[in-house]
Design a protein around this ligand. Structure first.
Ligand code: NG6
Ligand code: CA
Length: 507
């Protein structure tokens, strides 16, 4: 009895238990039980007017509409950019893409655009104990320069924060037309190695120019290099025959991977970036969806994407995680009908308006280039509603940081958690928008586009780019369609916008 009270023994006991609890802390990140799963569903080239939830009348997208009806539907949400690579860069890094001169549409052979030292959304989540995964389109470069597709390809998503990745390297219309599973080409036969080149063809390999008879989807502009599954692509590829994906099965394939990811990781907080390939070219709906929209393959793949989202949501429900999962839905840039193939997108569009009431489209500094459908859905936690707050996809990084009890002040991302959760309408005041390396300023209700040389319309895709020799100033609250340039009639506002723009752009 006396021994127990011996101070020396007490000291030893305290040191022992102290060490034990420290050990626990160091070996395993502390995961709060109630941290929600986070899923970002990101479409490719889906426009502001492409969903019935956003006013489309010629198409019905019931599953995405269900997210909009049960969540917050944003009317004034932006991608950072009017093309894919920069928007995805901003989404994942929280940085304005124009700060990185290389953030442009990348070929399939481009090196990794995100530095492995850089802050990223998945890294931030990982630190809090999340399991992080990407399924779908990457388009942020791979490797450090010359990629050997027959070896493990690195660095890539796994080196910038994703525990698991199952991706297509660039776009569906670019080689290599293979899936990459955690850095390794899926189904590759070592006796038939893959070679990829964006400058010159491999001797004797057919292209859309040398062998037009092999082509089942005709090219309109670009897209006349190697032919895979009858579809001519951007870039040349040789070998890897067994590894080539099936275009018509791509949607089902990625859906299956996304569902498997949820099933496997449902017991731990997870982050899934489900980056769908629709309705980017080439539009290759599964036969189940062919002809379903009446708008040609572009409409059909939007219906296909909507169906996939419905199936994915069912999986969240059956796996018991629906009420503990924040789902964020959006698209990387505005819509385009003819983006390089004759695929009836123009001919069968009828009275559908992919841009809604907005001016421009993909590649454009006008609103339709960057203003996106954007929905946040969290069953039981987000009160359904509509938000007119100004937000950017880039803001998800700092806002999700807040949600999971951490913070990030190192990027351009603005913490707007309450806005994303529908509890506040107090969004951003200013936002620099980007389209093919040109930038414009959104501030309050106003949009200012500085003068840019270059054509006003890109005829090949039939989209107004936003270029003008004059300053352009629009009041978006009164003139959402950007019909009236107020630069001359409101010089004070113009001056204020130019000054703000120069400060933000660091000029
Ligand atoms: C363009 C392609 C276009 C599309 C785009 C990338 C041509 C002529 N056009 O260069 O078809 O692939 O790049 O789209 O090659 S994005 O959504 O990934 O930014
Ligand atoms: Ca895109």
């Amino acid at each position: 009895m006396k021994n127990i009270l011996n101070p020396l023994i007490w000291v030893m006991l305290i040191v022992f238990f102290g060490c034990q609890s420290k050990k626990k802390e160091n070996s395993k990140p502390v995961v709060e039980k109630d941290l929600p799963n986070i899923v970002i569903i990101y479409l490719d080239d889906l426009g502001y007017g492409d969903l019935s939830a956003y006013g489309a009348t010629e198409l019905t997208t019931p599953n995405i509409d269900a997210l909009a009806d049960g969540g917050v539907r944003f009317t004034d949400a932006y991608a950072s950019s009017a093309t894919c690579t920069p928007s995805r860069y901003a989404l994942l890094t929280g940085m304005y893409p124009w700060r990185n001169k290389k953030a442009k549409i990348l070929p399939g052979t481009a090196p990794l655009l995100i530095s492995t030292e850089q802050q990223t959304l998945p890294k931030l989540l990982k630190k809090k104990g999340y399991h992080t995964g990407i399924v779908g389109k990457w388009h942020l470069g791979l490797g450090t320069g010359v990629v050997d597709w027959n070896q493990s390809v690195s660095p890539g998503p796994n080196e910038v924060g994703f525990d698991e990745s199952y991706i297509l390297a660039a776009t569906q219309d670019r080689v290599p037309t293979v899936y990459i599973d955690n850095g390794n080409v899926v189904g590759l036969n070592p006796n038939d190695p893959i070679e990829v080149d964006y400058d010159k063809n491999f001797e004797g390999e057919p292209t859309a120019i040398s062998n037009p008879e092999m082509v089942t989807m005709k090219w309109h502009h670009g897209h006349n290099n190697s032919i895979v599954n009858g579809i001519p692509r951007i870039g040349y590829m040789k070998g890897g025959n067994d590894a080539k994906w099936s275009d018509i099965d791509m949607a089902d394939h990625f859906l299956g991977k996304a569902q498997a990811y949820v099933k496997e990781h449902k017991n731990k907080p997870f982050f899934l970036y489900y980056a769908m390939q629709q309705p980017h070219v080439p539009r290759t709906p599964h036969p189940r969806f062919v002809g379903k929209s009446g708008l040609g393959p572009r409409g059909d793949v939007i219906l296909e994407a909507d169906w996939c989202i419905g199936e994915f949501m069912k999986t969240l429900e059956t796996e018991g995680v629906l009420e503990n999962t924040l789902v964020i839905f959006s698209s990387d840039n505005g819509p385009v009908l003819n983006d390089g193939y004759y695929d009836d997108a123009v001919e069968k569009n009828g009275s559908h308006t992919p841009s809604g009431k907005l001016r421009g489209g993909k590649y454009s500094l006008f609103e339709a280039g960057t203003r996106m459908p954007f929905i946040t859905y969290w069953k039981g936690s987000i009160k359904p509603g509509i938000s007119n707050a100004l937000v950017c996809q880039m803001d998800l990084l700092a806002s999700i940081a807040k949600l999971i009890g951490t913070q990030d002040n190192t990027t351009d991302s603005k913490e707007l958690l309450d806005v994303f959760l529908g509890k506040s309408q107090d969004g951003r005041h200013d936002l620099v928008l980007e389209a093919t390396s040109r930038t414009a300023l959104r501030s309050g209700d106003w949009l200012m586009i500085p003068p840019y040389d270059g054509k006003t319309i890109e005829e090949r895709v039939n989209i107004e780019l936003g270029n003008s020799q004059e300053f352009q100033l629009y009041n978006l609250k009164e003139d959402i369609g950007q019909t009236t340039n107020l630069a001359e009639t409101n010089p004070e506002k113009l001056k204020e916008m130019i000054e703000k723009f120069e400060i933000l752009r660091g000029k």
